[in-house]
Design a protein around this ligand. Structure first.
Ligand SMILES: Cc1cc2nc3c(=O)[nH]c(=O)nc-3n(C[C@H](O)[C@H](O)[C@H](O)COP(=O)(O)OP(=O)(O)OC[C@H]3O[C@@H](n4cnc5c(N)ncnc54)[C@H](O)[C@@H]3O)c2cc1C
Length: 391
């Protein structure tokens, strides 16, 4: 078994690290202090994304993306995840279900989104529908040549900068006909309801949008009527693995900063790293990152290069998201403790990481929902996918 990264993987990792250090880190304090970036800073960061060739890293070249495999994407996202303020969301990754677009839809949505000229936001969650999307009340009904969409969507990440939405709706109110619609933000009836504040600092917003009798053409259906859950599942699987990658990057940075601080900070006449209480915290952080990251790389490899079946990857992605997000939360908490009072100051990256990592146990399926997916796999096919090894 050879688990070494290839020279190409190492080069990609190096490029992503340089990008994070040179483009994202310098924007962190501006983002934290102003709850976002100025148009100038955002504009120059976007240009840097294009210069680095980090736009649409998740799409195939024939669809306008960079043509990277899932493992390469993990290496990149791990580096970006070290940045606070969710600056990792500046390099745009058009939602993967857009790969199911028709040639005409690709021309209008996917290609410009890959170039950074358009931006999507994925709208599934509603006031009454979170973990259970079958409770979605947004409806689409046929009207003449097209569709009329009605409903309200919550927590629409990047909805402030998006110019189109992937809206998960039930045709005729029937959950068996869950369907994703491409909806332009400037259409009559698309309304910003409000922009709530969240615990974390996020470079963009998560507004609530109402769709009030929004008329779209018959060509607004992504995939087919009734394929909504399958498309949304593709999105979840990709996002769950990438959350694994970003949380591992964040946890590694928290450890790095804690180790450096503990070596430097002197109390009771010696560096605090000399106290076993601190040393043990650092040891736990390192060992837990090692365990979670090993799992992430293994699953990333299986999914991208190991020929794992789609169902298996779905279950494994839940295990990755569960373990990596919970590990990173524990690591960031210990990092705050090691930093003492400084760890509670927003100007310190460990404070921001601690606050920002909390949502990774909630979005793209809570930890409880990941356990349900894992449990379902155990009941249906046993534990081999988790406890066995790819052959
Ligand atoms: C910052 C942020 C950004 C987001 N961005 C987006 C976005 O871009 N697009 C989008 O569509 N959504 C987005 N979401 C929504 C997110 O995916 C949901 O919040 C999440 O899926 C949980 O749904 P909920 O909040 O309704 O909680 P609920 O489903 O109401 O859950 C409440 C609690 O009950 C638990 N629970 C629910 N069902 C079960 C069960 N069967 N067994 C055990 N426990 C259960 C949950 O784990 C949780 O602890 C975002 C959320 C946040 C906070």
């Amino acid at each position: 078994m050879d688990i070494r990264l290839t020279p190409e993987d190492l080069e990609l990792q190096r490029r992503a690290r340089t990008f994070t250090e040179q483009v994202l880190f310098p924007l962190e304090l501006e983002c934290e202090e102003n709850d976002g970036l100025s148009p100038e800073s955002f504009g120059s960061a976007k240009r840097a994304v294009l210069d680095a060739g980090f736009n649409a890293i998740n799409h195939r070249e024939e669809n306008g993306g960079q043509g990277l495999d899932g493992f390469e994407q993990i290496l990149i996202e791990e580096e970006w995840g070290k940045a606070t303020g969710a600056l990792w969301d500046i390099p745009w990754r058009p939602a993967i279900p857009l790969a199911a677009a028709t040639p005409d839809q690709k021309e209008r949505y996917l290609w410009p989104a890959c170039r950074g000229e358009r931006r999507d936001a994925y709208a599934i969650t509603e006031e009454q529908a979170g973990s259970d999307p079958s409770m979605v009340r947004t409806t689409a009904r046929r009207d003449g040549q097209g569709w009329v969409i009605d409903g309200t969507k919550w927590h629409v990440t990047s909805g402030d900068i998006a110019d189109f939405f992937l809206v998960h709706a039930h045709v005729d109110g029937d959950p068996a006909k869950a369907t994703v619609f491409l909806v332009d933000k400037d259409l009559p009836g698309v309304e910003l309801v409000r922009t709530p504040k969240y615990s974390h600092t996020f470079v963009f917003e998560h507004p609530i949008f109402a769709f009030d009798g929004v008329r779209v053409g018959k060509d607004a259906v992504l995939g087919e009527v009734g394929s909504g859950y399958e498309l949304t599942k593709d999105w979840f699987v990709e996002e769950r693995i990438m959350i694994g990658a970003r949380t591992m990057g964040a946890a590694t940075r928290a450890l790095d900063l804690s180790l450096a601080f503990a070596k430097e900070r002197v109390q009771f006449g010696e560096p605090i790293v000399g106290f076993q209480a601190i040393e043990f915290m650092l040891a736990d952080m390192a060992a837990q990152i090692m365990a979670a990251k090993s799992m992430l790389y293994r699953v990333g490899w299986q999914a991208a290069r190991g020929g794992a079946a789609r169902k298996e990857v779905h279950a494994l992605a839940s295990a990755v998201k569960l373990v990596c997000s919970e590990t990173a939360g524990r690591v960031a908490d210990a990092a705050v403790q090691i930093h003492g009072g400084r760890g509670y100051m927003r100007e310190q990256p460990v404070e921001r990481l601690w606050r920002e990592l909390r949502v990774d146990r909630i979005w793209e399926g809570t930890s409880e929902i990941q356990r349900m997916v894992i449990g379902n796999e155990l009941r249906k096919r046993g534990h081999e996918a988790f406890t066995g090894w790819p052959s």
